[in-house]
Design a protein around this ligand. Structure first.
Ligand code: ADP
Ligand code: MG
Length: 401
């Protein structure tokens, strides 16, 4: 995964030349088409700024939403152009097409110090098919290629994969570089003890991560509803908790394979339903009432997970410990986030991956207290599964050091 980055490009490649930059500007919009969270736009600014400072002329590509391969005004990047211009403090010209002569002409006419943003790549039918011809046309929009869309790197699309076959150099942007460095070095050479924390609703979506990480970690702490599928495998009563009956056998296998490294919650915060949050109470894991469900790890578990995190040197976290959207079932998730923030201060590398986990950390105001919060939910998960990300594989390899 050692890839060339924009920092490796000499000034002769950058100055005055068109940088075709694939960004992840896939921001949430409300019904009035207003941006409700501009985190991804902010995260894209440093790379664009770097290119502008080096005298390059950035031509930006991104997807937004799921417009199904044809133009759909609800998913236009036009509002993003305005927000990007404010954040960047440089002019952002917007062209309402992507692979047209008009777009290519605009790419040649962009002035130094200005940025060109083209329309949503997913308006094009060839994008999600990784169409060869579309890749070739997109390549005409720049003189070299920069991929900074880590959040889209697990998809082989024309603007992340095919385009790079026709446009060299093809390098990682600053955000992509940071993602690969943090996630990559945590997996390749973690400082120990190395602790992974996994939660979320479904064990089925995380099996490959569990399998990949188990042999590498010193401890794996389990939370979320997936704990209940493990409980079931242990023969415990789980009441009305969310379990995946077809995954119970596999949970048994994982428990056997893991030995003492796999740690399940000792206690649970339970209630008869999510609407009955006022009557939530903690029980030992072998005392979950038949008419109740586990909606969070219990306080004893939160304490012992906190201790494990504070004694670690590398922590990777994916998946909330409970239904964090609904207090008091956010307590376990908050405890983990706070412990990680504290560990970061004493030289522990802390990494958060996964859309909901990242949202929980941000909502708690602790995102900047972590070493790294990944911007790519699905992409970070596939990375942790040990999979090759097509958007990364398509980039030039770094020179051997
Ligand atoms: P991420 O996006 O961080 O990878 P997931 O999407 O796997 O996380 O899981 C997040 C969801 O899991 C949240 O919506 C949360 O409410 C749910 N969840 C966590 N614990 C439980 C539980 N005990 N019962 C039901 N849902 C849960
Ligand atoms: Mg999620």
């Amino acid at each position: 995964m050692h890839k060339k980055t924009i920092g490796d490009l000499p000034d002769s490649v950058l100055r005055g030349r068109r940088a075709l930059v694939r960004l992840d500007l896939n921001v949430p919009l409300n019904e009035d088409g207003e941006i409700t969270d501009d985190t991804r736009i902010r995260a894209s600014v440093p790379t664009v700024r770097y290119l502008l400072d080096k005298g390059a002329r950035p031509v930006l590509l991104s997807h937004l939403g799921r417009p199904k391969g044809k133009p759909d005004a609800r998913y236009s990047l036009a509002p993003v152009a305005c927000r990007l211009e404010e954040l960047l403090g440089s002019k952002v010209e917007f062209v309402e097409s992507t692979d047209t002569d008009e777009a290519i002409k605009a790419s040649h006419e962009t002035k130094a110090g200005e940025v060109l943003l083209l329309e949503n790549t997913r308006f094009l039918s060839g994008e999600e098919k990784n169409d060869e011809r579309l890749g070739r046309t997109l390549a005409e929009l720049g003189d070299f290629f920069v991929n900074d869309a880590f959040g889209a790197a697990h998809r082989a699309h024309a603007s992340t994969a095919a385009v790079a076959q026709h446009l060299r150099p093809a390098v990682a942007g600053l955000l992509m570089q940071r993602e690969l460095e943090y996630l990559g070095s945590a997996l390749a050479e973690p400082k120990r003890p190395f602790v992974a924390i996994l939660g979320g609703s479904k064990i089925s979506g995380k099996i490959d991560v569990i399998r990949e990480l188990l042999p590498k970690v010193d401890a794996m702490l389990i939370g979320g509803a997936m704990a209940c599928t493990f409980y079931k495998a242990m023969g415990l009563e789980v009441g009305k908790s969310l379990v995946e009956p077809d995954r119970v056998d596999m949970a048994k296998e994982l428990i056997e394979m893991a030995g003492t490294r796999l740690i399940l919650p000792h206690d649970a915060l339970v209630a008869t339903s999510l609407d009955d949050a006022g009557k939530a109470h903690a029980v030992a894991r072998d005392h979950i009432p038949a008419d109740a469900a586990m909606y969070d790890i219990g306080p004893r578990t939160a304490e012992s997970y906190t201790r494990a995190i504070l004694s670690a040197k590398t922590v990777i976290w994916n998946g909330p410990m409970g239904v964090f959207e609904k207090p008091p079932f956010d307590a376990g998730t908050l405890a983990v986030a706070q412990a990680m923030a504290k560990a970061t201060k004493s030289q522990c590398t802390t990494i958060v991956g996964g859309g909901d986990s990242a949202a929980a950390v941000t909502a708690a105001g602790l995102d900047s207290a972590m070493s790294h919060v990944s911007t790519g939910g699905g992409a970070s998960l596939e990375f942790l599964e040990g999979k090759t990300l097509p958007g990364v594989a398509a980039l030039d390899d770094a020179a051997l050091r």
